[in-house]
Design a protein around this ligand. Sequence first.
Ligand code: ACO
Length: 332
Amino acid sequence: MTYAAFRSIGAYVPSKILTNNELSTMVDTTDEWITKRTGIKERHIAGKDEHTSDLGVEAAKKAIQRSGIDASEIDMLMCATITPDYFCMPSTATTISNKLGLGNVTAFDISAACTGFVYLLSIAKAFIESGAKKNILIIGAEKLSALMDYTDRGTCILFGDGAGAAIIGATDKKEEAIIDVHTGANGEYADLLMTPNGGTGSAHDAIDKEAANCFIQMKGNETFKVAVRTLTKDVIEILEENNIQSSSIKHFIPHQANLRIIKAVGDALKLKKEQVVLSVAKYGNTSSASIPMAMNDVFEQGNLKKGELMLLDAFGGGLTWGSALVPFSPLK
Ligand code: ACO
């Protein structure tokens, strides 16, 4: 039997930082309000000429270098993003593949908003377990500042830019295997979180560039309630189905959207403070990049060791959600 193992992690953030205090000079808000309601203190913002693919490339280089495999052994690359370099094509995955010089490898993007990284894990697991691929590079990369309306205090305080990447490789050792990945979606809630303009479903024709603003719009309070309800149910189910106690989780790495959502889910699982990974204060919500960026922080602090069990969970536009039970299984 072939299993899928989580081999390595890497991440990248652009150097420019936008603090809450700076935002309070742009919209009617305060550092105190943002900190209390979200836990966010600052976020990173990419430069004008720094594209989503550039963020993804830097994260991928670290993941490849730490994986113990050569780049030539990668046979598939997937990128989860809601901020692709180009509206339709080429995909950000093919652009990253080209910039990394990977040659002729399968490459494509997926769109699952903040749940993107968990969706990528489930696809990579299936491709590897079927025997179709051996070493898959997965990337969550976002330049969300490009979708921000910096006059809308309800959204512009939340989001930041960044990328995270991982190598998922084939193994015959069951103890190294990704245990389970849950993915779900419900389009009934699509209007809670969307970029209503710019596509073929919008009120504006996709080619009417003047009329089409493509900013993120969110019904934050309703999204918050659905997020807590859905995530709590999903993480409890994945633990029960796999007969794993929450006390066995070394690192709970949730999507970093809002400190209060993370605390609510952590409390429902009766997790101790030291089990919960938090990076929302310094990055804000980076959508598909947020879980691998948070995981990379734990790794770079020297706190992610071989065999340790991670519980991932995410929630995002669509609506989409997912969770995963993943032991860290580096080759070296
Ligand atoms: N500064 C000051 N006041 C503000 C701000 C701000 N930045 N934003 C909103 N307010 C005001 C509102 O106008 C409202 O005022 P009112 O009472 O006079 O009408 C008041 O604060 C309360 O607003 P709520 O929207 O109810 O505030 P809430 O506590 O819900 O916090 C937030 C808003 C932070 C957006 C929260 O709802 C949230 O985090 N939601 C979930 C986000 C999420 O998880 N999204 C999914 C992933 S993202 C993705 O997929 C791309």
